[in-house]
Design a protein around this ligand. Sequence first.
Ligand SMILES: Nc1ncnc2c1ncn2[C@@H]1O[C@H](COP(=O)(O)OP(=O)(O)O)[C@@H](O)[C@H]1O
Ligand SMILES: [Mg+2]
Length: 301
Amino acid sequence: MNELTLKIENLSYFYENGDGINGFNFELNKGDFLAVIGISGSGKTTLINTILGILKKKTGNISIGDHIDISKISFSPQNQAIDWYLNVFDNIYMGALFSNVSNPKEITNNVIELVGLKGKEASDPTDLSGGQLQRVQLARQLVSESDILFLDEPTNGLDVIISEQLLTHLKSLATKGVTCIVSSHDLDVLEKFCNKVLLIEEGKQVFYGSLDDFIASYNEENEFIIEIYNPIEEKVKSLLQNKYNILEWFPLVVSIENEKQISEILKVLIDHDIPIQSLRKDKKTLKEIILDDHRRKENNV
Ligand SMILES: Nc1ncnc2c1ncn2[C@@H]1O[C@H](COP(=O)(O)OP(=O)(O)O)[C@@H](O)[C@H]1O
Ligand SMILES: [Mg+2]
């Protein structure tokens, strides 16, 4: 499905104090599921709100694909928008009516189930917890049959099971051609669903590309994990330390320059009667990449 839905060119937005986002460039196709990631305050909400035109004084260009119906772009702001005079069902049903879906009642009921609000249909919004209110809002958005869905931290305040359900639902929408743009802290969960990643640091785009490329680019280093049964004694440690780049001792984690080094290290262990449980190449998850990166930066400062 290589049909362009959204193209962002040199997009910037600055608040009066100079914070904001600077120079974003990326393109999304039909069916893409983009994870917008970055620590709190990096600019995720600012980016989404700038694309949606909620923040107006932008520079740069935003274009949407020819096939996109502008009324079918839907978003869930980080702060709630609820009709306080309607009950839960009607709040969500309204969303379905607004977007002219063919079977609004059925969709409303399905989505209520999906976000875990079954049994709460007749409740007043004032009787709900913060997390439940957030789910009403999310549901309002999910009932509309959008071409592009923007979700800013939709899993905040949701338990793990509902988060997974929600993302599974979004993934199935993406498979049907909806473009999903989701910001989240939930990196473990996101990794299972997104196909593209946009990493933001201090208002700047530091990576944009496929999830596979993102993971691969951070896994280029040749790190091996050697599981051993007991900690290594000092004598052997100093032998290894002098020659190899040891990152951790137990399990033994080494960064090698060539394949030969790994055989040499194994040989040293065997020569000292150290049994080896297993040997594997370290492959980092999205979350580990972000955490490692962050840790490294903190240490350099
Ligand atoms: N209304 C505002 N006025 C001034 N600065 C803001 C405003 N909203 C956010 N910022 C600043 O812009 C930066 C990005 O914020 P935000 O987009 O909310 O980050 P995120 O969503 O990634 O947590 C932060 O430094 C934040 O303090
Ligand atoms: Mg935010």
